[in-house]
Ligand binder design. Structure first.
Ligand SMILES: *Cc1c(COP(=O)(O)O)cnc(C)c1O
Length: 367
């Protein structure tokens, strides 16, 4: 699904030298390299503050902790997302309110969010799934009117541009991302970051991520230990310079797939929203007429890996069932879990590979 080895070969000398320097300096935790990356990412995003942390799940958890919510408060979250988004809500004793997504964009929208708002709603967490920003403006208008904070889960859409000028993840009160190796901006281990334009939230988030201390050994609140290390920061700095180029390579591969599949009636190619560019963390097809699993098996026999993100709606997962009336279902989420199939997608796909993958998909529908 991804080719991190070829990508490394391309930047090897730069990465090796930077990592050597960190090792020689023995400054592994915090320090100038982490601070430099935070500044560089803030500049790239056009966000005032970036706080590095240990992974994307922690980013979401710390962001929620910064909002001072009370046990039982409701947090609106899409039902069609990676588990981490809902997991941290439940972990903090809050109540995840899982809502449906659009069939075409796979994201929530203002109307779906509005329908789920109650007096207990204390946060909204849209997810920019597969690389395309949610349409944030209607959600922000709604949230501002009700004074409900918005946290963007931007783990899959770093570099996507919303409404022509804003980077995904910088529109809500807090944005979160993951640097898991296979993400569009991935490090060589675990890493994550939190973005905000609020000075107050920046200070609070830094404190929470550092054991709730404002100065050493003085703990003002209960926090966690979540930090990005210097070895990851130098790798991320090197890859950040190339992020737009990597995303462009993904877009080029996606355009190649699109052209190959556009006349296959059983397939729906990824939707291109007007409000956001798409950075294709995943290239996800909808395979209709119940043929998804057969296509996956066919491709597997040809040595082509595929992924099903996600096979089960969050509210049907054992751990989250009790938050949702099991006699109900969310129609679009149910359909998507049956139909989605993601093809290999990364910055190193060449024409030969694309031809083989796309040709195999076309062969399946000819047979
Ligand atoms: C990857 C991901 C996360 C979690 O990031 P980790 O770094 O793996 O903890 C959260 N939300 C979404 C949508 C993701 O894709």
């Amino acid at each position: 699904m991804v080719d991190l080895i070829s990508q490394y070969q391309d930047i090897k000398s730069e990465v090796d030298a930077a990592m050597q320097e960190v090792v020689a300096s023995a400054q592994f935790i915090k320090g100038p390299r982490v601070a430099a990356f935070e500044t560089n990412l803030a500049n790239y995003l056009g966000a005032k503050h970036v706080i590095g942390c240990a992974n994307g799940t922690d980013a979401l958890q710390v962001a929620l902790m910064a909002l001072d919510l009370q046990a039982g408060d409701e947090v609106i979250v899409p039902s069609f997302t990676y588990v981490a988004t809902a997991e941290v809500i439940a972990l903090l004793g809050l109540k995840p309110i899982m809502i449906d997504v659009e069939l075409d964009s796979f994201n929530v929208n203002g109307d779906l969010v509005a329908a789920a708002i109650t007096e207990k709603t204390k946060a909204i967490v849209p997810v920019h799934l597969f690389g395309q920003s949610t349409d944030m403006q209607p959600i922000m208008d709604l949230a501002k009117g009700l004074k409900i904070p918005v946290i963007e889960d931007n783990a899959q859409a770093i570099g996507a541009v919303y409404n022509g000028h804003q980077k995904a993840g910088t529109i809500g009160d807090i944005g979160c991302t993951s640097f898991f190796p296979s993400k569009n901006l991935g490090c060589y281990g675990d890493g994550g970051a939190i973005f905000t334009n609020s000075e107050e939230l920046d200070a609070k988030i830094r404190m929470i991520a550092n054991h709730g201390q404002s100065r050493r050994y003085y703990h003002d609140s209960i926090g966690v230990n979540s930090r990005l290390d210097a070895l990851q920061a130098v790798v991320l700095d090197i890859k950040l310079k190339r992020l737009d180029q990597y995303n462009a390579a993904r877009q080029k591969a996606a355009a190649y797939y699109d052209a190959a599949f556009k006349n296959i009636a059983t397939l729906q190619i990824p939707f291109q929203a007007k409000h956001s560019t798409h950075v294709f963390h995943q290239y996800t097809l909808r395979v209709k007429n119940g043929r998804r699993d057969a296509l996956q098996t066919f491709l597997k026999e040809r040595g082509i890996p595929t992924g099903i993100y996600y096979p089960v709606p969050l509210y049907r997962q054992k751990a989250y069932q009790h938050y949702f009336d099991q006699n109900q279902g969310l129609p679009n989420t149910e359909v998507l879990c049956q139909e989605v199939l993601s093809l290999p997608m990364h910055s190193e796909l060449d024409k030969e590979l694309l031809d083989y993958i796309a040709g195999s998909v076309v062969d399946f529908f000819k047979a």
